[in-house]
Each structure stands twice: as C-alpha cells, then as structure tokens.
Design a binder for this molecule. Structure first.
Ligand code: PRP
Length: 225
C-alpha cells in the first residue's frame, strides 16, 4: 500500500494583484474553477477544493513560488525575467499580453551610442540587456511605478516600460521608440512541487486547455507508475 500524503492537500497557487487578476479569475471561471477573495482576505479556495490560492503583489509572486510556499503561480514574463529565477513553465495564456518598450517624448528618437543615456524603469534587467545589445552605455534609474513621469519631469529622457493599450504613453505625450519583447502570461511551477504533484497538476493544466468548463480533476495522485 502506498501513502499519498500530498494528495490530501489542495494545490497551492499564487495569483498577482492588479489588472491581471480579473482576467485570470474570469478565465478560470470559464474553465469551471470558481473562487473569490472575501473582503481584504488574501487566501481563498476554489469551490471544487482543488486549489488554495494566495493573492500576492505581482513582483513578489516568483519569490513565493521559488520558496515553494505556492507550488504554482501565474505571472508575466516581465516579472519572471527580472528575478532571474528558473521555474517550470507549464502553459502560456492567450490573455494579458503586453509589450516591453523603450519610450521617450514624441520626436525624441533613438539614443545615440556615444554618450551615457539615463533610463528610468521598473525593469532594470530588461533595460540593461537591451542597451548592452545596442552598444549604448546607460545609467539605470530604478522606479516602482508611474514611470511615464520621468521624461516629463526631466528625471530621464528614456523609459523602459510595459505598453498595453498605449493610452498612458499617449496621455503623457510619449511614444514607443523600440519594442524590446512581447510579454506573455504563464502558468509556472516550482520544479520540486511539480515533481511531487505532477499527475494532479497535469490534469489541472489539461482542464485549463479544455474548451469546456471542466469536471473537477481527480484530486488523487494514485496510479503513479
Ligand atoms: C503599467 C505600465 C504602464 C501602463 C501601460 O502600469 O507600467 O504605466 O500600465 O498600460 P497602457 O499601455 O494600457 O496605458 P500600471 O498600471 O501597472 O501602474 P504603475 O505605473 O504604477 O506601475
């Protein structure tokens, strides 16, 4: 007789606060996984009991998954790349895509390659790698939000930031100078957690891929060969 102690517990998953959260919640509901967070609570269970979900700050999500506190997580490649951590990428979603862009005031154009350029960004690794690839020396000014203010107020002429609709750039008289990368949203797993729970996780992923709302995946890991 084999004991499957891990099968008794729900799968743990971290979801990011902010604009991605509502898209994830809607997508999961379409697939038959319903959950909601009671007022100010940061932990919830889906109605089937398969998932225990933590609501975390976007930039902290990889930390929770890396430490195995959440076995699974949903995150954009922007946040994942910045951490430099490695995860199993189980699935790419068709919602939440954005672009990582270099932007500046309208008509400012590309930076020249001789003088050091100041770049304000929430994403220093993206900015550094991009400018290195272009052979342009840079000084990175790390910000945590409202990055579009930097060129307007004279903190830095360039920003590297996410562009989704482009509304924030337009509203601040900025424009895209170059597109660094399309950013997709992924379901990620802690590698050790995946190895321990791969049957249930694979069934969960199959349910997410399915066109119709799922019947709840069997929560047992039994039948492992
Ligand atoms: C993100 C991003 C841009 C904006 C782009 O910021 O950093 O500022 O959204 O979206 P848009 O192209 O649809 O206008 P967020 O809303 O997360 O706020 P923040 O600036 O405080 O980080």
């Amino acid at each position: 007789m084999s004991l499957n102690l891990e099968s008794a517990a729900p799968l743990t998953m971290a979801l990011p606060k902010g604009r991605l959260f509502e898209q994830v919640q809607e997508y999961f509901a379409e697939k038959g996984f319903h959950f909601k967070f009671e007022k100010r609570r940061l932990v919830a269970h889906d109605e089937s009991g398969l998932l225990k979900i933590f609501l975390v700050k976007n930039a902290d999500l990889p930390t929770y998954v890396n430490h195995g506190i959440a076995g699974l997580g949903i995150s954009g490649e922007d946040v994942l790349y910045e951490t430099g951590l490695r995860f199993f990428q189980l699935m790419q979603f068709d919602f939440g895509s954005t672009e990582m862009c270099l932007a500046a005031r309208e008509g400012y154009g590309k930076p020249n390659t001789i003088r050091t350029v100041s770049v304000a960004t929430k994403f220093p690794r993206f900015a550094r790698d991009y400018f290195y690839s272009q052979g342009v020396p840079i000084q990175i000014i790390k910000l945590n939000g409202s990055v579009e203010l930097a060129p307007i107020l004279g903190l830095a002429p360039y920003i590297v930031d996410l562009v989704e609709t482009g509304n924030t750039l337009r509203a601040n008289n900025l424009e895209v100078v170059d597109t660094l990368k399309k950013i997709n949203v992924h379901l990620i797993a802690n590698p050790s957690y995946y190895k321990l729970n791969y049957r249930r996780i694979n069934r969960f992923v199959a349910a997410l891929h399915s066109e119709t709302a799922n019947t709840v995946p069997d929560s047992s890991e039994s039948g492992r060969k």
